[in-house]
Structure formats: C-alpha cells, structure tokens
Design a protein around this ligand. Sequence first.
Ligand code: IFM
Length: 440
Amino acid sequence: MAADPLPPFPPGFLWGASTSAHQIEGAADLRERSVWDVFEARPGSIADGSTAAVACDSFHRHREDVELLAGLGLDAYRFSVSWPRVDSPGGLDHYDRLVDDLLAAGVRPVPTLFHWDLPAALDWRERDTAARFAAYVERVAARLGDRVRTWITVNEPAEHTFLGHALGVHAPGHRMLFEALPVAHHQLLAHGLAVRALRAAGAADVGIAVSHAPTWPVSERKEDLAAADFYDVLMNRAFSDPLLLGRYPEGVAELMPDGAEADLEIVSERLDWYGVNYYAPSLVGAPTGGPSAYGTLDVPPEMPFSVHEIEGRPRTDFGWPVVPEGLTEVLTGLRDRYADRLPPLMVTENGCSYPGLDDQDRIAYLDAHLRALHRALEAGVDVRGYFVWSLLDNFEWAEGYRQRFGLVHVDFDSPERTRTPKASYAWLRDQLRDCLRAQR
Ligand code: IFM
C-alpha cells in the first residue's frame, strides 16, 4: 500500500469512474445488434471465446453499480449510451432510470454517446454514418438533457479506427491498413455534428475522450526519429489537431476522404473541455523488417514503423508498461502544443489490468498516476477531473474477460455477477475522504 498521503487537488476537481455500455450492460436480447455482436460471433475473434451478451449484467443490476459509486464517494460516473439499445423499443428508458438513480445518489451522470458499439447495419466507412449519429444524439439529448449536464461525444476514435478498421483485431474486423483513415474522419465529423446537436438542445458542458500516448523514439537515429514522428502524427495529432486547430497534420491529410477539408470547421467546433485517456507511452523506431508487438497487439511488418518494449518498468497483466510520468508529459505536451486553443483538460480514462482482490499493484499504479497528474497541475496545466478506468471488471473487447481493470471484482461465473470491492476500492475511497479533497 502506498504510504505517503496524496497531495490535495483543487476545489471543484471532478472525481469519477468510467465504464462503457457494451463492456458492462449485457441484456443483449433487449437491444439491436452492434458490430461487436457480429464480431464476437466469429470464431477466434475473442481470446477467451466469450461474448458480451451478459457481461456484468449492469442493465439489470445498475442499482448495485450506483451504490458502489456512492460508496466510493465519487462525484461523477462516466458510462456510455448504447446506440443499438436506443434504437430498440423502450431502449432509452434504461438510461432514464440510470440518470435518475445517479442523481438521487448525488453522482453526476456523464454519458458517452459512442463507445465503439455501432449498430450492426451501419459502417463508419460511410460519411452518412456521421449524420445518423447526430440524429441519434438529438434523440438522447431530448430525453436526458433536462438532467444531464456533462456529455462526451465519442470515445477513442483512434482505437476504433486502427484496431477495428486498420488491423481488424476489434469490431468490425476490417484490415484496411492506411485505407482506414476515412473512418477517423467520419467519427470526428460525427463528433462535431454531435457537439452542435447537444448545444442546440441546451447542453453547456461538452467534451470528447481521446487517447494520448507520448511517443518516444527508440534512438536518436534519423530513421527512428522520423518513424516516431509519423507514429505520433497517426496516433495522436491526427485527432487532436483537427479537433483543436481545425486541420489535419501533414502525413495524414492526404489519406483523408475527398471533401474532408470542408468539414474541419464542424470537426473543430468549440469544446468545453478535452478528455484524455492515458495508459502508457509508445516506444517507436524505423521498421525492423519483421513484426513488432505492443502488449498483446501485433504490429504488421509492412508498417513504416516498429513498436518496441519499454524496458525496466513494471508491467500490467496486459503487458503494458507502467509509466506514470507519461501522463504528466501528455498533459503538459497538450498545453505546450495547443496553448490558447486548448480548453480545460479532463482525464477521462486511466487504469490498469491486474488479477485478484488484494490489488496492491493497482493501488501503486493509481497513486503514481495521481501524483503525475498533480505535477501537471503544478506546472500550470488546467486539468479539471480524473476518471478511473474502470469501476468494474468487464468485457475487455478482444481479450474477453481475461483482463481485469475494475476497482470492483465481478464474478463472471456467478449468475448474479457478484460484485466484490477490491483493496483499490477501499484505498480510493479513503484517499478521497482523507487527502485528495483536503482543500475543500
Ligand atoms: O476497456 C478499454 C476502454 O473501452 C477504452 N479505453 C481503453 C480501455 C482498456 O483497454
């Protein structure tokens, strides 16, 4: 257990936990199908052969989740709204109840409107999907907007583009390599249209959740520096530049669909805050002629870069290196790059996978990352909140139930999906009570 008390955070700093609909809800029989349902049915697509049909059964057990959030003393819950559920009769009723129960427990609902579970009939390769998304967002806002103050449009458009459409290891399973880039643009366009739809419905606090990994060159060799720079463009700046500067960086602009340029005014619609999902940096060099790997992910040899292991660091169960200072680097780096174009930041995801109930490794991880966030605050970066990924162990996409990110253990073998708070749950609860909020 980490010994020193954590430093206090500024008054009003928002403390939360995150989940997503497909990863926790289950009740797949009570909604339309998503691209993930189709993908999970393909033999070999999910490492443990599982599906998210039941997951944590949070659709039926969301009150237990709300109690767990309230027990932690958190201010906010970031969950996602399932578009395929909203498309089914009565689907919005579930979110109505969830929002009411959260508010009754004193927890602010923070819905994400797209967290990868696209309705199976739709396709992000089609530009029209962005307009369909905006129409869906209007329906959700019309129903929940009287009680929801803070909204997130889209989660991690980079991962959904690259894992789902470039490499084919996530749904919908396309392996289009660089031809996948229009999928990124269509999600960003969808985001901009959603910001407009939410504002038209009266929303005043709108953000997006974008993954950011500092890219470290494997050496100072010219080839490694160039490969790392391109990787950084592809994974980070291809998303933050259009959102915050209204332009695509050189190297990806030419890969975007015709007419993308004209959409950038919509894509860069003003944000109330910018969400950062941080897990670990990437160590990148020139291609080695063979495959390279990041955790469980294989990087194809034909890519113009190779990804290397960061040595000398503890690793999570996923094989991801634990590098807390990467979070400080991301936050200060965004401030330095975007300066007065950068809205306040919010860490919308940060966490780690470890097994077991006595999860001292998770405590050490969270402790170190909160200190790293605090260093960014001390350096003058305007960060307004932090959401742990995740409240619950859940369906970790292509890994199935093998990777456990929760503060709360879920027994996936029990019909009740029994929830048991881990040591990290008690630790975070006590930190929130004793130090993190000392200045309030
Ligand atoms: O579980 C995912 C989440 O859905 C998106 N961000 C990363 C998490 C851990 O892999």
